[in-house]
Design a protein around this ligand. Structure first.
Ligand code: NAD
Ligand code: GLY
Length: 362
């Protein structure tokens, strides 16, 4: 097992990464300060893993909530189901919520934990590649609004993250590939050598080789932990973690939540951010080709299913916008990104037009 630590003063916490971790009682229980524990999962993950987590909790006043599965249920209404379950059991402000599932369950559960009685404990047990490399770490929690992705939420850090790589064995290949988009993102924003490693080892990753998986989860979490430790509330460099996301969130909102997976939309967004970076003269065409090639080899889309005007309207609803001006994360080279509002809007239009494509998946 590998243990990383996200350093946030009194809110610092460990990230445990390894095989068979959900069966390790001694890993979870130190992070449960009282007997009141509510495990939140969904109807796909609960049948696979819930019993193995509750097996640790015979001496606890433990309950569970099983949510419907899917991005379209990442809503205030679904979050309210968790609140109702907590109130029905008379759980107090020292209770702990455990998120058992992918990023959707993690984001909703974290937000419920941030809101219930103005904030209770929470633990992340992420079970998708995307949630193990990204969403379970860093304390961004929230739900979607019909008009904008992740528009309602709070910063609320978990007490620990337990990433059991064995759970990835049951993940659908499309979901697994979607997680690779966020992995590739880390190489692009922060670590050109890691990007090159991904280029060289992608087949092993796609086979879910345990050593390769452990390495990418560790490296991704280490990069995320470093960035979040430096800028927890996204006043500056944390925005780099949103490379591709302004484009991607627009695709998700525009198509309807869940039509494209989050990672698929991010992949197309990474490609569009790289294309615009080339048009601005910041990134080389050879680097754009490398980025698109890696995304394609990972089975991810690199083109946009929506028209330029629709994308521009949807992209205007973005948390990075300042005084109505859209800021984007762009690339100076592979391994180095920048947040900027200083780009030619005409070139953005050219990128959106050039990257327009047939709907995906076919
Ligand atoms: P997801 O939670 O929808 O999970 C993907 C699918 O896999 C679901 O059907 C789920 O039920 C299923 N599943 C989960 N674990 C499984 C397992 N071990 N075996 C079989 N099936 C399993 O999607 P995701 O890709 O994990 O997360 C995407 C969400 O994360 C989006 O809502 C996105 O906005 C959010 N996100 C948040 C952050 C953050 O910092 N909070 C960062 C990135 C993404
Ligand atoms: N996924 C972007 C962030 O955590 O900041």
């Amino acid at each position: 097992m590998k243990t990383l630590r996200l350093e946030l003063g009194p809110r610092s916490y460990p990230i445990f990464i390894g095989a068979g971790l959900i069966d390790k009682h001694a890993l979870l229980t130190p992070y449960l300060p009282t007997a009141q524990v509510m495990i939140v999962s969904n109807e796909a993950v609960a049948p696979l893993y819930l019993a193995r987590v509750t097996a640790h909790l015979n001496d606890y006043d433990a309950g569970s909530v099983t949510l419907p599965d899917g991005e379209k249920y990442k809503t205030l209404e679904t979050m309210n189901r968790i609140i109702t379950a907590l109130l029905e059991r008379r759980f107090d402000r020292c209770c702990t919520l455990i998120a058992l599932g992918g990023g959707v369950v993690g984001d909703i559960t974290g937000f419920a934990a941030a809101c219930y009685q103005r904030g209770v404990n929470f633990v992340q047990i992420p079970t998708t590649l995307l949630s193990q490399v990204d969403s379970s770490v860093g304390g961004k929690t929230g739900v979607n609004h019909r008009l904008g992705k992740n528009m309602i939420g709070a910063f609320h850090q978990p007490r620990c993250v337990i990433a059991d790589i064995d759970t990835l064995a049951t993940l659908h290949p499309r979901e697994f590939r979607a997680g690779l988009a966020e992995v590739i993102k880390y190489g692009l924003i922060h670590d050109g050598d890691f990007f090159a490693w991904l280029e060289n080892h992608l087949p092993r990753l796609l086979e879910r080789d345990p050593a390769a998986l452990s390495y990418v989860i560790e490296r991704s979490c280490a990069i995320k932990a470093e960035i979040v430790a430096a800028d927890e509330r996204e006043y500056g460099m944390r925005a780099l973690l949103n490379l591709g996301h302004t484009f991607g969130h627009a695709i998700e909102t525009g198509l309807g939540y869940g039509v494209w997976l989050h990672g698929e939309a991010v992949a197309a967004g990474l490609s569009m951010a790289a294309d615009l970076s080339v048009r601005l003269g910041w990134l080389g065409e050879d680097e754009l080709r490398r980025i698109e090639s890696l995304l394609r080899q990972a089975g991810l889309p690199v083109r946009c299913p929506l028209s330029t005007d629709r994308m521009l309207r949807l992209m205007a609803v973005d948390k990075k916008a300042l005084d109505g001006a859209l800021r984007l994360v762009l690339l100076e080279k592979i391994g180095q990104a920048v947040v900027t509002g200083d780009y030619d809007r005409g070139r953005l239009r050219h990128t959106l037009a050039a990257c327009r494509a047939e709907p995906f998946p076919a």
